[in-house]
Structures are given as structure tokens and as C-alpha cells.
Design a protein around this ligand. Sequence first.
Ligand SMILES: Nc1ncnc2c1ncn2[C@@H]1O[C@H](COP(=O)(O)OP(=O)(O)O)[C@@H](O)[C@H]1O
Ligand SMILES: C=C(OP(=O)(O)O)C(=O)O
Ligand SMILES: [Ca+2]
Ligand SMILES: [Mn+2]
Length: 653
Amino acid sequence: MATNGVPMPRSPLARILTDKKGDGICHDDSGKAVRAQTIDELHSLQKKRSAPTTPLEGAQGVFATLSEDERQRQQLQSISASLASLTRGTGPKLVRGDPAAKSAQAVSHVAHHHHVEAPTISVSDSSLKFTHVLYNLSSAELYELAIKYEKGSFITSSGALATMSGAKTGRSPRDKRVVIDETTQDELWWGKGSPNIEMDEHTFMVNRERAVDYLNSLDKVFVNDQFLNWDPQNRIKVRIVSARAYHSLFMHNMCIRPTLEELENFGTPDFTIYNAGQFPCNRYTHYMTSSTSIDLNLARREMVILGTQYAGEMKKGLFGVMHYLMPKRQILSLHSGCNMGKDGDVALFFGLSGTGKTTLSTDHNRFLIGDDEHCWSDNGVSNIEGGCYAKCIDLSREKEPDIWNAIKFGTVLENVVFDEYTREVDYGEKSVTENTRAAYPIEYIPNAKIPCVAPHPKNVILLACDAFGVLPPVSKLSLAQTMYHFISGYTALVAGTEDGIKEPTATFSACFGAAFIMLHPTKYAAMLAEKMQKHGATGWLVNTGWSGGSYGTGNRIKLAYTRKIIDAIHSGSLLNATYEKTEVFGLEIPTEIEGVPSELLRPENTWDDKHAYKNTLSKLACLFKNNFETFTNYKIGKGNKLTEDILAAGPNF
Ligand SMILES: Nc1ncnc2c1ncn2[C@@H]1O[C@H](COP(=O)(O)OP(=O)(O)O)[C@@H](O)[C@H]1O
Ligand SMILES: C=C(OP(=O)(O)O)C(=O)O
Ligand SMILES: [Ca+2]
Ligand SMILES: [Mn+2]
């Protein structure tokens, strides 16, 4: 109430006791005050310092021998050597971390102390700038950098990182070059049918310099130090230098992730990739026929990528290297998936792109060893990689739940289309490419077996997606037939991974991976025959393609039926089924399989037009025969017996 316009002083409020030992109404749970002088300092508390960890073995490492400073110095020195311009004789000035990060002072401090001066012959501006190294970052860090710097990076509703690979959405096998020198000239497979198109050492160095200069011109480069091959005795150390968070996360997922301890003792890599994919090669350079070049130099243990950002190029490039290194150690490298039953029975799944290696090796009732690249040594099978690379076109939760569920935080999703608002992916959409892909660490598949090694295979399944619709859904093969079909490496796809192939066509690709093998196909075939014989493995040919007519008339065999067929192979029940022999190809086909309509097992039953069936069958047989012509002069294995048997195991007409 006011008197004479003067406000009355308010009566003082009674004091509330906040003593913890008080009445308990108002107890203090805020704990100790945060120790920070400024907001920046407060925010700096958000991030706890730790080295990269692997999800596979937990975070406990032994930090012993080297101080953190010394370790970082050695790392930068090694990376600087990797990125050295060989014409100027210097490596770049390197610092760690994101150039946009606040801690610029701390960074230049590191740089002054840790940059190793190399003798500079001629000085150019490029030697005056710093390049920031982002070394073995975590998935979360790579997400942040992708979203910050790379157009086309988004988080999808399931938490995956959607990204675009640019103009190239598949591999470019015609742009692959291999350095020919005194050693490789004799060792490698050159000429007709070979994937190895030659280039000389000098041209390689020109492209290498182009890639290294491009990478050094950037503010930041990504460096991944990782492993290939789960067989500890034959593990290869790889370094991937790249310009995009997308590429770094892709390789983080696809190669084996080192533990803290392993990273500390990483040392010098056995092989290095320089991925300057955003930058084209120079078409005036000798041997270059386009602005894309993927160059392999086995003597230098290096690969250079120019003019393509398709990440699969790195994974398959390293696979080529393994196809060279492993056979030298009497180990067979395989373009196959692999899984293992609860009783330890192992199956390999060979096949060209899109035939079902990833889909069928990912089997909810079996342990996944790997989906694409393996080694078969005297100790059994080992996966080369640490991740899977699944096709996503028409992916459905019902048909492929394990792959569907793997597309979550950490997974790279290439070239998919999604809803602008909900960020839900439309897996049916092909407007960017038919070759949409997901790359995820193998442990995202719940029944993956870690470490990814397994005993000797019991079944060797050759997958063909026959768009002609004449191959039976399943046939049991003799050893000679297995070799014949392995060397042929047939499929007929409707749309492909390899750039430019969009029409249904028959493809023959020796060893189901001619694009990756380095030696003559008969070398791998002889090793496979020897191993299958020694370990008593059975060969099977499974058509995951068409039935009831060719592409356009018939339909693709239902995945559910193919799974039933594969189940019968795994269980051993198919080995004891009743068989009949087909005409022309002479394939042994079962008359019955549980859960599969019997008429499906005999292709001619499913065709309305029997005449068309016979014609198509003859046509395919001719294609097989023509393709095999190039191999008739080669001997496989020791005696002549196997070679003769293999030649007789093809179609007869
Ligand atoms: N009967 C079938 N068997 C296997 N895959 C099938 C079948 N029908 C359709 N598909 C589809 O074919 C594709 C096979 O691709 P994928 O497993 O990635 O091949 P690869 O790993 O050999 O390149 C998948 O998209 C899968 O859903
Ligand atoms: C990545 C590839 O593998 P696949 O299609 O066999 O899964 C490829 O061939 O480019
Ligand atoms: Ca492939
Ligand atoms: Mn695959």
C-alpha cells in the first residue's frame, strides 16, 4: 500500500536454509563448481583426449615405450616421407588436426618443434605452407568433417552417412595401369584378357607427383593406417592418404582397424595409396586415355588414384595387391564371400559383382567370415578386410534384415536418394546410380565371427546370375567342372558395378575376378584344385539369375528359394539327393530340395517356349566355348590329366 506516493519498503523474506543437513527440502546436488575461467575453457572440457580405438578389442592399450610427443613426431615424420615430392626432395610441413579448429596456437607449436627439415633444393610456395594431417580419425569425427566440408554429405534417418562419389559411381577397369618392369614383365599376366594394362615407371612417377602435389596443396589430408588379412602371419600394413572424410571413413570401415597398441607400433606401411580422386590425370601424359587413372607400382608398393572418387577403387585396388603378394607365399587369394555353420562347416561363395556373395554369405543362421575378399592358406580361410560393401538397390528389411540393420551410425551410404525432410532412404531409387552401396564394419553384422578366420572349406559355391535363364538353379560339380566354371567366371548381369555397363550382357571374368587377378588365371585355378582335392571340398554352381525365360520374359529366382538351396548345400542333404544330368552343359541337377518347387530345378520346365529354351541354351554354350578358347593351350597343375578333364568339362554340342 502506498502512502504519500512513496512505496512502502517490502518486508524482508525469511531466510531459507540450504544446509544439506537441514530439513531435506532443498538439498544441493550440483556438486563441485566446474573449473573453467572462460566459456571456451568450459567447452574444452567437453572433449576428453584419447587416441583412436578399435571397436574390436576395447580401449585398454599399453602406453609405455614412447612419450605421446615422441610418438606424434615419428608419425608426422613418416607421413611427411609418404607425401614427399620426389622431384623437390621434400615432404610437406605437417601439423595435426582440423585447420578450422580453435587450437591453432597449439598446432603451430607442434609444427615448429616437430617439422623435420629436409634439404630443400629449390624452394617453391608449396613448401612454405602447412598441411594438416587428420590421422586415423573416429567415425564420429569423420562424420563431422564430411558434413562440414563435403557437399552431398547427410545423416540419414537410420544414422548412416549418405555421400556422393561424384561422376564415377562404379569402378573404371579400363583406366587401371600397372607398372611394367624387369620383375613384373615376367611375373604378371599381360595381354589379351588380362586386366593389367602396362605403364612405365616414369609415367607412374609423373602421376604420383601430380597426386602428391594435389594432396599437399590442400589444407588437410586424411591418413588411415590399417591392416589387411586376419591371418596374423600374413597381415599387410596399409596407409591410405586421401582428401575426403568420405574416403577415410570408407577405408576405416573396410580395412581392419588397428588397436591402440598396434597403431603405436605401426611403423612403416607395406603399401600406400595416394587417393587424389577429385583431381584428374593429365591426358597429355603417355598411356592416359581418359582423365581417370588408377596406377599400381608393385616395386614401390604404391597406388595412385586420379580422376575418380568411387571409393570401391581403393578396396579393390588393394585386393589386386593381395592377388600378387599372397600366391608368392603359396596362399590363394579369392574373390569370394565366406561363412561358417555352427558345426564349423565352411562355405566359399565365388561370383562376379551382383551375383550374391554379400547377400548369401550374410546368413542369419551362420557365422559371417567375410563378404568379398579372402585368403586360403594351409591354416584355413581368412578374410582380407574388416568390413562389408553391400549393394543397396531394392534392399528390403524383410528379405535382408542383417544388412538393413547394419545401415546405422558409422556406415557409409553411397549415392542413395532420400527424403529431404525425414532423411529416409528410398532404396528403390536409381536416379543417381543402380550401384548404390553401403560400407560398414563387419561387426555391424550380429553373427560376424571375430577374428574373421575359419577352417578349410567344405563347400565351394560358384554363383552366376544367368540373365539368359538357362542355367539350373543348382548343380553339383565334379572337380574338373568346378575348375572349368571357375576359369570361365561367367555371369550375365542386367546392370553392373563397372562404369558404363547398363545392358544385360554375358560376362566371362577368369577366376570370378579377372579385374583383380595379377597372375595368369591358371595359377589360381591350379591352387584351388589342389586345395579342394586335399580338403575334400565339393563344388556347386548356383544360378541366382533368371528362370522361366531370359531377362524380359522370365523372372529372377526368388532370394528365398536360393537361400533354401544354399541351406541344403550347407546341411549336407543335397550331397545325398537324387541327380539327373542336363543336356549340353552336362550338369548334375537334384530332382528335389526341401522348400523349393521341384519344377524350378529343371530350367526347361519353367520355359513356356521350349524352342526358345533350346536356342538360348545353345547360344550360351557357344559363348562359353568361345571364351574358353584362350585357355586351351595352358596346362593346369602338374600332370596332363586335370587339364584334359577340365577341357572335357565344358558344354558338349
Ligand atoms: N536369388 C537371388 N540370390 C541372390 N541375390 C539376389 C537374388 N535375387 C535378387 N538378389 C539381389 O541381387 C543382389 C546381389 O548382390 P550382392 O550380394 O551385393 O552381390 P556381390 O556381393 O556378389 O557383388 C542383391 O541386391 C540381392 O538382393
Ligand atoms: C566393390 C565391388 O565388389 P562386389 O560388387 O563384388 O561386391 C566391385 O566389384 O566394385
Ligand atoms: Ca566384385
Ligand atoms: Mn559384394
